[in-house]
Design a protein. Structure first.
Length: 111
């Protein structure tokens, strides 16, 4: 289980194994399963798009959900002038330079 902590690596969506490990209080309805599938597909498409265009860095490993001071990922589109930075509380800011916070794990960058 992730227990409120962002995952290791650049895969922003949980694996099927992680989904199965998550304790459920009730069984998901067909509508809930469809919504979860739709949201996961959307997240995967977003991840694929930002990793292909420009620069993408994921540094969320071990960061707790809700941490408003620690960047978990940043990306810069091919022709953009600024980076889009997403923090542990999921707020988004623009930055002229890529962050390099000492509190996170070494990030992986793609071009």
């Amino acid at each position: 289980r992730l227990d409120g902590v962002f995952p290791n690596g650049r895969n922003l969506t949980p694996t099927p194994e992680q989904m199965e490990e998550h304790p459920r209080k009730k069984k998901a309805s067909v509508e809930e399963k469809n919504e979860i599938g739709r949201l996961m597909s959307k997240a995967m498409l977003f991840q694929m798009r930002i990793m292909q265009d420009g620069k993408f860095v994921y540094a969320g490993e071990g960061v707790k959900l809700g941490d408003k001071a620690t960047p978990i990922l940043w990306h810069k589109a091919k022709d953009a002038k600024v980076y889009r930075v997403i923090y542990g509380d999921l707020h988004v800011e623009d930055a002229e330079k890529a962050p390099h916070p000492p509190a996170t794990q070494p990030a992986t960058e793609t071009r």
